[in-house]
Design a protein around this ligand. Structure first.
Ligand SMILES: CC(C)(COP(=O)(O)OP(=O)(O)OC[C@H]1O[C@@H](n2cnc3c(N)ncnc32)[C@H](O)[C@@H]1OP(=O)(O)O)[C@@H](O)C(=O)NCCC(=O)NCCS
Length: 197
């Protein structure tokens, strides 16, 4: 397998990445810990919020002409309303933050530095935009959840080594349907933050 090439897409070029981002999300987030059973219409609406605003960007990992992973970032002031609300509730100004919305990579491409590259490129975008801090959220699961694969390694250590710290006082709720469920259920997401960048 050759090395993947990373590219940062901004402006109009971002829109071309949407169908592949939707595919990657539905594949990667079907697994633990998200167990997401994506719905095409809902997916499109959500992805539009991730790329909303003039300054959102998508980092694409390419295997030749095939996207094998993607990550997104945008000024938090332009992000999904519940994210901004979570910060305001704690007296934090969303205008200082870059929000990292997604990070998905097909399993066979993991462990080669692509995830590190996603962070480096998104932080570079944040600095370029004059933002002082960065944050993202991740689903919070019970450590005793019987659906957790035995060999699952949480990403907490990976995130800490990138300089991010958990903020248990900051959370929001997203709704999605899990595989096998008849309807959407609420899921708590906890935030991680690097401040200053
Ligand atoms: C998060 C995710 C994108 C990370 O991807 P990844 O490419 O496997 O991560 P990396 O290979 O960059 O980093 C993993 C380790 O390999 C190391 N590494 C291996 N080869 C490397 C290289 N050539 N250059 C830099 N680092 C390298 C990294 O330093 C890191 O180790 P460390 O944390 O001890 O420093 C991937 O695990 C994923 O898609 N997970 C599922 C979706 C998810 O949960 N996303 C997050 C919530 S949105």
């Amino acid at each position: 397998m050759s090395a993947a090439r990373l590219e940062t897409l901004a402006g109009e070029a971002r829109q071309a990445a949407l169908p592949a981002l939707a595919r990657l999300r539905r594949t990667v987030f079907a697994e633990w810990p998200y167990l997401y059973d994506g719905d095409a219409a809902q997916e499109k609406e959500y992805l539009e919020t991730l790329l909303a605003g003039r300054d959102a960007a998508v980092i694409v990992a390419w295997d030749g002409a095939e996207p094998v992973g993607m990550a997104t970032c945008q000024p938090m002031a332009e992000a999904h309303a519940p994210v901004q609300a979570a910060f305001r509730r704690r007296g934090l100004d969303p205008a200082r933050f870059c929000y990292f919305g997604e990070s998905v990579l097909l399993p066979s491409w993991r462990g080669q530095g692509i995830g590190v590259g996603f962070f480096e490129r998104r932080e570079a975008e944040a600095r370029r935009l004059g933002l002082q801090a960065a944050a993202f959220c991740a689903v919070v699961r019970n450590a005793n959840d019987p659906r957790r694969p035995r060999d699952y390694i949480p990403l907490d250590g990976f995130w800490r080594r990138r300089g991010y710290a958990p903020r248990p006082d900051l959370s929001c709720v997203f709704h999605w349907r899990e595989h096998g469920d008849p309807a959407e259920t609420p899921h708590a997401l906890g935030f991680w933050m690097k401040d200053p960048l």
